[in-house]
Design a protein around this ligand. Structure first.
Ligand code: MRU
Length: 352
């Protein structure tokens, strides 16, 4: 991705420090933060400085590399590594990429003959995970671009672009690829309350890439689909169950149901690292429930140019805030992965 004329990844590691774009400050301020140890990186994942399944997967992999680099030599190495893995796994519950990354780096550490080799293997594996993540996004873009005709009007929910990965993204990758091929693509961006990843992040990415788009209130998606103004929907996923059910940002399910009703193709784009073969169906996907404050308040730039938040709801009203929902496989036209396009019921074939 290019920001202000410079190539960036969403998250990367130099020596023992993890760097990332601070997504809490976008779209108004572009800031890189440096995280000196695995605890700081875990807090950044938990508090959503970095968010999006692929990006938190890469950050989790790097955090595991930090664990290995920090761990005491000799006695205590293995216990420190296990404790670090537990800390990172406890940050956010839904995105399978996070657990996938922790397990991959842990396996590399445990397969090494001594602590020094384990450190090197951890750093190498974390870097490999990040590179695979970027390459998967590019391949998803290539496969998905074929589904977009010139003049295509696409609806997307949340942010599954380069900010949600190391580069490229999942749902937005085909849009970028089609746009770069010269196809005219127009994107309806669901604002994605309560955290507004669509309005804040997807709109910022699309503007940066020069892709024409408009932000719509979450409740307006059905309106545009019913009026025939959406040719296809494409969303990302945080976890894909073995039967092809998917978890994605809250609000995805209802978009899929409306798309199904209106005969509009509904695509899910995700790398194979998002597939959880141990999860038989969407019912077993753990769904994160976040603070009610995110619903009761809105955050953004105030008229005086300072960041701030305003309370929307009456004092005393409570709120519920599930962060994800499950879209059953029957509403999904196909799942686009870096290994090709699969019917949801065949998704395990992507792991063969
Ligand atoms: O809560 P977030 O912002 O980490 O949510 C994850 C997501 O960005 C979405 O659910 C996205 O559509 C899939 S992740 C690429």
């Amino acid at each position: 991705m290019i920001v202000n004329g410079k190539a960036y990844r969403t998250v990367w590691m130099e020596d023992d420090t993890v760097y990332m774009i601070n997504q809490l400050r976008l779209p108004h301020t572009f800031e890189i933060v440096a995280l000196p140890d695995h605890r700081a990186t875990a807090v950044a994942i938990r508090d959503m400085w970095v968010r999006g399944a692929g990006a938190i997967g890469a950050a989790a992999g790097y955090a595991m590399a930090q664990v290995a680099l920090e761990a005491p030599r000799g006695v205590g190495f293995a216990a420190y590594v296990q404790q670090g893995a537990a800390t990172i796994r406890a940050t956010r519950p839904t995105a399978q990429d996070l657990f996938y990354a922790v397990s991959r780096v842990l396996a590399a550490i445990e397969g090494a003959p001594d602590a020094e080799s384990a450190r090197q293997a951890a750093v190498r594996t974390a870097q490999m995970l990040a590179d695979e993540n970027a390459a998967a996004g590019e391949a998803i873009g290539r496969y998905g671009a074929v589904l977009m005709h010139d003049g295509c009007r696409v609806l997307t929910h949340c942010n599954a672009g380069w900010l949600a990965f190391v580069d490229w993204g999942s749902a937005l990758a085909p849009i970028y690829a089609a746009h770069r091929e010269g196809k005219r693509v127009f994107v309806y961006v669901d604002e994605t309350r309560p955290r507004s990843q669509g309005a804040k992040l997807t709109a910022w990415e699309l503007a940066n890439e020069g892709v024409p788009h408009t932000i719509i209130a979450d409740n307006a998606a059905g309106f545009f689909m019913q009026r025939g103004e959406v040719d296809l929907c494409i969303v990302g996923s945080d976890r894909i169950a073995a039967n092809g059910d998917i978890a994605n940002k809250i609000g995805t399910f209802e978009k899929a149901v409306v798309a199904h009703e209106m005969g509009i193709p509904f695509y899910v784009a995700a790398p194979t690292s998002t597939i959880d073969p141990a999860c038989p169906s969407g019912e077993s996907i753990p769904i994160e429930e976040r603070s009610q404050e995110e619903v009761l308040y809105a955050e953004g730039l105030l008229d005086d140019g300072q960041s701030g938040r305003v309370r929307i709801a009456p004092a005393g009203s409570a709120a519920r805030n599930p962060a994800f929902d499950v879209t059953p496989a029957r509403y999904i036209t196909a799942i686009i992965t870096e290994r090709g396009i699969f019917k949801p019921g065949d998704i395990l074939q992507a792991l063969d």
